[in-house]
Write a protein that binds this ligand. Structure first.
Ligand code: BES
Ligand code: MN
Ligand code: ZN
Length: 503
């Protein structure tokens, strides 16, 4: 899908379908309140043609409603945007998504009148939002389908009367959104890939191959021998029953200009290519979809990729801890005690609480790079779904400023996030009487922040750290039209990219 920009447009671009937005307004007609569409920025004869139609009478302009009609032989799709005062950034993404859903199977070329769908009249911002809504909706994971779902739409043109002098800025908004969404879709692809294809070794290779040639980026991969040398006893314990080598992918992006004020962000991701639970085996139904247990790594990789390709002026290191949690006679048994890279001993009471073991050692490794902050993302706890549902990302951390900046970044991209506390009592509950720590709490309560209380032990002294539990929001999002109903959501990539932009 190509997006082209046509500023200074007096007439719609030539296209199979042109798209016009209409707001709705509520009016009192006698005692009754009626909702009617308003046609601001529509060409007068187009509006007249529409109003002459019988079908027009049922169209209210409410958000999510649509109607198609012919105007002098031109196919027109009118989309309802709802009340103008409620039409915000997220409403624009969803409006764009509804255009993609309606037309992707039928129209080869589409021209969207940006002036009719602009948020607060801002064409530049709207161009970015519409690009996001379109690019995220058009995504399909059809690799394994004989009947491909390739969209018919090849070109979408944004028409606007706005002056050509704004070309550069509006184009930049489109390009940035395209790069970010492309990275989100790369992340989604990795998550959706089945575990017989994507294992730690093929995953690490695929990431290195995908980032190859990106300006300012260096990549290295640590295998089993290197992890042993690093004394990553927790990470290795999870990999003990695996047919594949553990892989720690270490990526760095250095911007073209570095000053003493350049911030250094470290991103850490849980990359469990499959989680059987290990000897603490998951029941059959709970094991299905555990290919998605590497979504944290895909999320931070997607953000890293976008940040590097956007050339943002911030240094980013990215650490992806990859293995599966499998079983053979060498697999870690419950009751085992292992030694973490930072020297702490851990009693493994449940081999299904494996993500924290991998992340803990990777957090210590990341801390050695002395970043200004570390943010990890992980499908860490089922308890996060109980606490926050499938829609909301859990946030925990040790630094108010960092947590606040993540919340702010999430709010400005309309991604849902909610902070949970880490209480002293929960830190205490993660202590073992025969080792420094144990990997599960003593009851099922506060499972999500207790996991964070465990992770906190492996963050280097004085480093600001935040943890994103994406166990819910990383997967299928039935409520978001621009996320697949079934499969990886790609959520939180935009938040992390936005956070890097705000540095
Ligand atoms: N990967 C799972 C968490 C998970 C469960 C993510 C369901 C998404 C959906 C994690 O490794 C795990 O198994 N956690 C355990 C922790 C428990 C043993 C303390 C859990 O949530 O049950
Ligand atoms: Mn598990
Ligand atoms: Zn897991």
């Amino acid at each position: 899908m190509k997006i082209t920009l046509n500023l200074g447009a007096n007439a719609p671009s030539i296209a199979d379908v042109i798209v016009l937005g209409t707001f709705s307004k509520k009016e009192k007609k006698g005692k009754k309140e009626v909702t009617t569409p308003s046609f601001s920025n529509w060409a007068k004869d187009c509006k007249d043609a529409f109003l002459a139609l019988g079908a027009a009478k049922s169209f209210t302009g409410d958000a999510g409603t649509q109607i198609t009609f012919d105007w002098e032989g031109q196919r027109v799709l009118a989309i309802g945007l709802g009340d103008k005062s409620a039409y915000d950034n997220e409403a624009a993404r969803r409006a764009a998504s509804s255009v993609a859903t309606a037309l992707k199977a039928t129209a080869e070329t589409v021209a969207i009148n940006l002036d009719t769908v602009a948020v607060k009249g801002n064409v530049e911002v709207t161009a970015g939002l519409f690009t996001e809504g379109l690019a995220l909706t058009i995504y399909e994971f059809d690799k394994y389908l004989s009947a491909k779902k390739t969209p018919k739409t090849k070109t979408i043109t944004f028409d606007s009367k706005a002056k050509k002098t704004g070309q550069k800025k509006v184009q930049k908004a489109i390009d940035e959104a395209l790069i970010t969404c492309e990275s989100i879709n790369v992340a989604r692809d990795f998550v959706n890939e089945p575990p017989n294809v994507l294992n730690s070794e093929t995953y690490a290779k695929a990431v290195v191959n995908d980032i190859k040639g990106t300006k300012g980026v260096k990549a290295k991969v640590l295998g089993k021998a290197e992890l042993k040398k690093q004394k990553m006893g927790m990470f290795l314990s999870v990999n003990a029953g695996s047919a594949f080598a553990p892989q720690l992918v270490h990526l760095t992006y250095t911007p073209s200009k570095v000053t003493k004020n350049t911030k250094h962000i470290a991103l850490v991701g849980k990359g469990l290519t499959f989680d059987t639970g290990g000897y603490s085996l998951k029941p059959g139904a709970a094991m299905v979809n555990m290919k998605f247990d590497m979504a944290g790594s895909a999320t931070v990789y997607g953000a890293f990729r976008a940040i590097a390709k956007l050339g943002l002026p911030v240094k980013v290191s990215c650490f992806l801890g990859m293995t599966d949690n499998a079983i053979n006679s060498l697999a870690t048994m419950p009751d085992s005690i292992v030694t973490a890279k930072n020297g702490k001993t851990v009693e493994i009471l449940n081999t299904d609480a494996e993500g924290r073991l991998v992340l803990g050692d990777v957090l210590t490794y990341a801390s050695e790079q002395k970043p200004d902050c570390i943010i990890d993302a992980a499908t860490l706890t089922g308890a996060c779904l109980v606490a926050l549902g499938t829609e909301v990302c859990g946030l925990m951390g040790n630094d108010k400023k960092l947590s606040d900046s993540i919340k702010k970044a999430a709010a400005s991209t309309d991604e849902y996030i909610w902070e949970l506390p880490i209480m002293k009592e929960w830190r205490d509950d993660m202590k073992s009487n025969i080792a420094d720590l144990k990997n599960i709490g003593s009851n099922r309560f506060a499972g999500t922040p207790k996991a964070a209380a465990f992770l906190e032990n492996f963050v280097g002294e004085g480093i600001a750290w935040a943890h994103l539990d994406i166990a819910g929001c990383g997967d299928s999002q039935a409520h978001l039209p621009y996320c697949p109903n079934k499969g990886a959501s790609g959520l939180m990539v935009r938040t992390l990219v936005n956070l890097a932009k705000n540095q």
